[in-house]
Design a protein around this ligand. Structure first.
Ligand code: COA
Ligand code: AMP
Length: 637
């Protein structure tokens, strides 16, 4: 094991306040904090209370003031528009300060919310940092979500302004954003004062007079503003993520703790310093994009790559290797599904041979379990450590990881590593009793969580306590299940709730069921995740029709699929559904989703003793076979 890693773990566990006080030196404070950890509102905690900071100033002004203004902050690389840009720290600061001034002109003040619904353009980063500069709270909504999801976020965050673009660009098609946004605003009860649209040449948007403004015109009129001091505990952003219902959860991130944790992680987990290039091939709509495309690399004074494209098809399966070579990327972060996509198209990784990727020191993966086949394939071809690490939107930065910056310890393929210093991870049974090594249980983190993790849910402390801190007193419930081995390596096996993971994207089957259930012909439905060789999991829906409905089943299925795409978005990848006569249930009426999921996955399963009508499983089996799931579907015992 690495000595530096062991020492950091010991220090963080024995003296967390001393450990994080030292890490806070990585951040510039406007007013020094009075307390490292404030537990006066237990179980809610505040990090670095009494301190004042500005996140944008730490990401930009500080580096420019230190003479690093000519260094590249962002490489924007967009094979889908065939454009590239290298934006220096000085240039980015200038744009952010001016755009912040323009937002202030629209009335945006400290504490106001701003929704950002944008594709992977540099302006999206400008928007996030401009909000941070004003102390306004941004909430980025992923471009692959459609109106219903966007409307739910508008009503919860109640933004003064929404920032968007005329379109996103997906391989082979332009996705106009404005109709989706207009529809979402029409659906939402809350109406923003203004909408600011970045017009892209691929599809221009019609502006609503009085409400909508042209981004470039607005930015050009903006008078640069100075960073606004905010309390360390003030929210920097809200990022909505799937919960167990259709209502997404607003994960809150603070300013001070977030900066300390990210700055520490850039140096100690990823081993990246100022002057080096880091690339997280994700989207600003996800937490990975927030932490490791925008805030983390900029806090570190590194160069970050912002990529508008896919791992394959834009233009080919060598695009990752091309960019690593082009920008001399030292550490890259991607999702296993992206590597599977490359592996499917270029199994021998021939595309790599044309590029020099010698700058690369490690390839980190997260977002879903790093399956051994994919990890081994990548390691064999890329030739650097391929490191699975585990975290979630809620934590904002890795919970378990092998830390390049502290010296790597041996990789165990199939495990995302050991707990990162600052996190005390345990596996407990249903009663909250810690389990011995090798025994599966709920994965929990002992309270208090380290800096950077969610302090609460937006506007709802009680929901935060109930959802995360109540089932296992003294712990934060991650919602994941797995086990730890006798050397402290964690193995994450499954979710304990109805969240599924589709191409590294987190989706709630409950939300899909709500949309499907709202179809006028559907009486009830069940959605579950089925294993997929590319996306990890894909959702499958089984529907029971209302009595008396005599329309063609295929037509209803088609409508339901279109409705999910229209309301939740294409990112749900909902393509497989069928009508069934009944759903299997327990005698108390609980739908047996796990049994159907096992059937579809070809996993051994037992007929539950509590089932009300065992014969129905044969019908489900026939339906799943007809949908193309052809595994072993015979009940055990
Ligand atoms: N705006 C609009 N539509 C979007 C979108 C966006 N920002 N992102 C995705 N979509 C659409 C896609 O066009 C696709 O539509 P389609 O049904 O018409 O084909 C659908 O949503 C599903 O997209 P995606 O999940 O990206 O699947 P894909 O088949 O296009 O590509 C992969 C598969 C594996 C290449 C892709 O999912 C990928 O790169 N994944 C990496 C995931 C990742 O980075 N996760 C972040 C966590 S670390
Ligand atoms: P998200 O909040 O979208 O980042 O999703 C977080 C969830 O994705 C986790 O709770 C896990 O279920 C899953 N996940 C993320 N990274 C990993 C990993 N390395 N191994 C296994 N599951 C992961």
């Amino acid at each position: 094991m690495s000595d530096a890693f062991e020492q950091a773990v010991t220090w963080a566990n024995d003296d967390p306040e001393g450990f994080w006080r030292a890490a806070a030196g990585l951040v510039d404070w406007i007013t020094p904090f009075e307390q490292v950890l404030d537990r006066s509102r237990d179980p809610l905690v505040g990090w670095f209370t009494g301190g004042e900071v500005n996140t944008a100033a730490n990401c930009l002004d500080r580096h420019v003031a230190a003479g690093r203004g000519d260094m590249v902050a962002l490489y924007h690389d967009s094979p889908v528009t065939e454009s590239r840009a290298a934006i220096t720290y000085a240039e980015l600061l200038d744009r952010v300060a001016r755009f912040a001034g323009a937002l202030a002109d629209l009335g945006v003040r400290k504490g106001d919310r701003v929704i950002i619904y944008m594709p992977m353009v540099a302006e999206a980063a400008v928007a996030m940092l401009a909000c941070a500069r004003l102390g306004a709270i941004h909430s980025v909504v992923f471009g692959g979500f459609a109106s219903r999801e966007l409307a739910a976020r508008i009503d919860d965050a109640r933004p003064r302004v929404i920032l968007s673009a005329s379109c996103g660009i997906e391989p082979g098609r332009v996705v106009p954003y404005k109709p989706l946004l207009d529809e979402a605003i029409a659906q939402a009860d809350h109406k923003p004062d203004h909408v600011v649209i970045l017009e892209r040449p691929q599809a221009r948007a019609a502006l609503v007079e009085g409400r909508d403004l042209d981004w470039m015109e607005l930015e050009s009129r903006g008078i640069p503003v100075d960073p606004v001091p905010v309390a360390s505990t003030d929210p920097l952003y809200i990022l909505y993520t799937s919960g167990t219902t259709g209502q997404p959860k607003g994960i809150v991130r603070d300013n001070g703790g977030h900066m300390v944790a990210l700055a520490w992680s850039m140096r100690n987990i990823y081993g990246v310093e100022s002057g080096e290039t880091f690339w997280a091939a994700s989207d600003i709509g996800w937490v990975v994009g927030h932490s490791y495309i925008v805030y983390g690399p900029l806090l570190a004074g590194a160069s970050s790559v912002m990529f508008e494209g896919k791992p394959v098809g834009t233009p080919d399966a060598a695009t990752y290797w091309r960019l690593i070579d082009r920008y001399k990327v030292k550490v890259m972060f991607t999702a296993p599904t992206a590597l599977r996509a490359i592996k499917q198209q270029d199994p021998d990784c021939n595309g790599l041979k044309n590029f020099d990727i010698s700058a690369l020191k490690a390839l980190y993966v997260a977002g879903e379990r790093g399956d051994p086949d994919t990890i081994n394939w990548a390691h064999r071809h890329v030739g650097v450590p391929v490191i699975d690490h585990w975290w979630q939107t809620e934590t904002g930065w890795p919970i378990t990881a092998n830390c390049l910056g502290l010296g790597l310890y041996p990789v165990k393929v199939g495990s995302p590593g050991r707990a990162v210093p600052g996190y005390r991870v345990e596996v407990v049974n249903e009663s909250g009793v810690p389990q011995p090594p090798g025994t599966i249980g709920s994965i929990v983190v002992r309270l208090p969580l380290p800096p950077g993790c969610l302090p609460t849910l937006w506007g709802n402390d009680q929901a935060f306590i109930k959802k995360y801190l109540t089932d296992f007193p003294g712990y934060y419930k991650t919602g994941d299940a797995g086990y730890m081995d006798d050397e402290g390596y964690l193995f994450v096996m499954a979710r304990t709730d109805d969240i599924i993971n589709v191409a590294g994207h987190r989706l709630s089957t409950g939300a899909l069921e709500e949309v499907i259930g709202s179809h006028p012909d559907v009486a009830e439905c069940a959605v579950f995740g089925v294993t997929d060789s590319l996306k990890g999991q894909v959702p499958v829906g089984l529907l029971v029709l209302k009595a008396g409905v005599d329309r063609a089943e295929a037509e209803i299925v088609e409508e339901v699929i279109a409705q999910v795409r229209r309301e939740i978005g294409p990112v749900a990848a909902f393509r497989k559904a069928a009508v069934v006569r009944r759903l299997p249930k327990t005698r108390s009426g609980k739908i047996l989703r796990a049994t159907m999921q096992a059937q579809a996955n070809g996993q051994p399963y037992k007929i539950p003793a509590t089932i009300d009508d065992p014969a129905i499983l044969d019908e489900i089996r026939a339906t799943l076979l007809a949908l193309g799931f052809d595994g072993v579907l015979i009940p055990e015992g």
